[in-house]
Design a protein around this ligand. Structure first.
Ligand SMILES: *[C@@H]1O[C@H](CO)[C@@H](O)[C@H](O)[C@H]1NC(C)=O
Ligand SMILES: *[C@@H]1O[C@H](CO)[C@@H](O)[C@H](O)[C@H]1NC(C)=O
Ligand SMILES: *[C@@H]1O[C@H](CO)[C@@H](O)[C@H](O)[C@H]1NC(C)=O
Ligand SMILES: *[C@@H]1O[C@H](CO)[C@@H](O)[C@H](O)[C@H]1NC(C)=O
Ligand SMILES: *[C@@H]1O[C@H](CO)[C@@H](O)[C@H](O)[C@H]1NC(C)=O
Ligand SMILES: *[C@@H]1O[C@H](CO)[C@@H](O)[C@H](O)[C@H]1NC(C)=O
Ligand SMILES: CC(=O)N[C@H]1CO[C@H](CO)[C@@H](O)[C@@H]1O
Length: 516
């Protein structure tokens, strides 16, 4: 349990703290200063007119309306959106509230609600905000937002309602610095408990906005592999399609199985695959291979990564990994010696680590002179109906004060969902060291859905993204309603690194295209 938690938190807080100081090469402070946009002084009458023309503006939603023309440092109108705090139950005295940001579709289809959740645990709200920031300026090291050619939000909203809402089951406990905008003392006891609270929030949200009878699509990344699956299961258990009518699921680089399956078993083949890039010396390579052989990872992968699988996969070795079998950490240490700016979420990252306006922990919290953490600014918080508090990208809190005892959504939960949903997409960026890709594929080979276990044939079809002339961006494979995508030039956070890919997959999820 402890191990799962430690690793889970590492999963999104970055590895730097675990590895000791990394030599962050800093940018010239001038570059980091934020651009001083002239915020146009829009007359109150114009604001009122825009507001009254907003599609979802009414007396229930009024307090959530965001003036899209007045987001600090954003010198364009982000369009109609709603943000704020919503309680997690119907109880009038409820003090626990989740912060959301909702962008309605700008298109004609409006019977869909797409929800994006992030992982962690404990890093969820930041990621919602990060996602917003990404769609205006996807990369760290920039000083001002700008619209992108492939702008996830614009394209996504054209495809369907996208709710930048999420579930952060906590805010602060013993930490002096606030973590995200959601309110309340951390009290999540399990994934089932998270699901109950999320649905409490979602019901309030749906009723406030009059969003009954919408098709619901749940999407997310990393630890959200737990969240989205348990939440979808809870939606089905409610048996109330007026409120909750789930249709699709899309998860990126998700946690599906035991940690050993995601980290240890696929590690050495990953290091071999990327050998030229990682440039580990022969002694190290031999040592890693030796560890993987002795600890049973090599034979486990070779014997079980079969299409179709032979039968239920046996219990993997070392569910609780002893130090001498922690080949994941050994490889990480070695990779970080060769590349001091090694990034587990994107292995081609090199120095300098760019400063990040969201205060990404991987940058050692470096803040250039004159720069501020964007969502920690009072003016920004005010603009998006967020409470005034210290905001930190990734929570140091334990979102689960006593750990998360839930099973991974492995062999029964996820398969059950695939059978009920119209479409399920599991995508994986191949530059992710956090969860090397073969672990996810191995997890899939252990699932039985649609009456059969695993994929019957090995994924080989090219995955083509027609945007930005990208072309072939990996491998795609669909069997019995489950689609698997291996994504090139992509690390752990797919919508951040490959917005065009994420958009294409969303088009598929929502049924706009028949196949990827
Ligand atoms: C809400 O709080 C008030 C005042 O503390 C109390 O009288 C009331 O019973 C509470 N209501 C519920 C539903 O708990
Ligand atoms: C779900 O609700 C419908 C009526 O709305 C009922 O006919 C059906 O039996 C319910 N299913 C379950 C599994 O409770
Ligand atoms: C995944 O495993 C296969 C063997 O099943 C191996 O050929 C391939 O190189 C591995 N890929 C990565 C990225 O580890
Ligand atoms: C495969 O599923 C079985 C249960 O059917 C489980 O005991 C085993 O640990 C799983 N293996 C992997 C690699 O997920
Ligand atoms: C190989 O790399 C390791 C660190 O991973 C280092 O300690 C060792 O000195 C290197 N050996 C050689 C021969 O360069
Ligand atoms: C966030 O803002 C508060 C003041 O509003 C400040 O005390 C705190 O240091 C800021 N945090 C960061 C990480 O900049
Ligand atoms: C959520 C879920 O389906 N968990 C299952 C994971 O696998 C173990 C071992 O087979 C089961 O006991 C859990 O029910």
């Amino acid at each position: 349990m402890l191990q799962r938690l430690t690793i889970a938190i590492l999963a999104l807080t970055g590895i730097v703290s675990a590895m000791g100081p990394v030599d962050t090469i800093r940018q010239h402070p001038e570059l980091a200063k934020r651009a001083q946009f002239e915020t146009r002084n829009e007359p109150e009458s114009e604001v009122n007119e825009r507001r009254s023309k907003s599609k979802y503006y009414n007396s229930n939603t009024a307090k959530y309306w965001v003036n899209g023309n007045k987001i600090p440092d954003v010198n364009f109108d982000v369009g109609e959106s709603y943000a704020g705090l919503m309680p997690i139950s119907k109880d009038k005295n409820e003090t626990r509230q989740l912060w959301f940001w909702f962008f309605p579709t700008t298109g004609t289809v409006d019977d869909e609600l797409v929800i994006w959740l992030n992982g962690g645990p404990g890093c969820t709200v930041k990621a919602v905000l990060k996602d917003f920031y990404r769609k205006t300026d996807p990369s760290p090291g920039k000083r001002s937002p700008r619209p992108l050619p492939i702008c996830l939000h614009k394209k996504l909203t054209r495809a369907g309602n996208r709710q930048y809402g999420t579930y952060k089951p906590s805010s602060r406990i013993d930490q002096p610095v606030g973590t995200g905008f959601s309110q309340g003392v951390p009290d999540a006891t399990s994934e089932e408990d998270i699901a109950v609270k999320f649905l409490g929030f979602l019901e309030n949200f749906i009723k406030t906005f009059g969003f009954e009878n919408k098709k619901i699509y749940l999407t997310g990344e990393s630890y959200a592999g737990y969240y989205v699956t348990y939440i979808l299961d809870a939606m089905y258990n409610k048996n109330d399609t007026k409120l909750f009518d789930p249709r699709g699921l899309m998860i990126y680089n998700p946690t599906l199985s035991e940690w050993v399956v995601h980290e240890q078993i696929p590690m050495v083949p990953f290091v071999d695959y990327w050998a030229r890039l990682l440039a580990l010396n022969e002694t190290t390579m031999d040592r890693l291979h030796d560890m993987a052989d002795k600890c049973g990872y090599t034979s486990y992968l070779n014997e079980n990564m079969l299409f179709p699988p032979r039968g239920p996969l046996p219990t993997p070795p070392h569910i609780f990994t002893p130090e001498e079998c922690d080949v994941w950490r050994a490889a990480l240490r070695a990779a970080t010696l060769v590349n001091p700016c090694f990034n587990v979420y994107h292995i081609t990252t090199t120095c300098p680590i760019l400063w990040d306006v969201l205060g990404y922990p991987g940058t050692n919290h470096f803040l250039p002179e004159g720069a501020e953490i964007y969502f920690n600014r009072t003016d920004v918080q005010k603009a998006i109906n967020a409470p005034h508090m210290n905001w930190e990208e990734c929570s140091g809190d334990l979102v689960f004060p006593n750990g998360d005892p839930s099973d991974p959504p492995n062999y029964s939960l996820l398969p059950r969902l695939i059978d009920k949903l119209e479409r399920t997409v599991i995508g994986h960026g191949i530059l992710d060291f956090r969860f090397p890709i073969n672990g996810t594929l191995l997890s899939i080979q252990n699932m039985t859905w649609g009456g059969k276990q695993g994929f019957q044939t090995k994924p080989t079809e090219p995955f083509i993204v027609p945007y930005d002339s990208q072309g072939i961006m990996g491998v795609v494979h669909t069997e019995r309603k489950l689609t698997w995508v291996e994504i090139e030039w992509c690390g752990h956070m797919v919508p951040q690194y490959q917005p065009g890919v994420a958009y294409r997959q969303l088009e598929y999820l929502l049924g706009r295209i028949d196949k990827l």
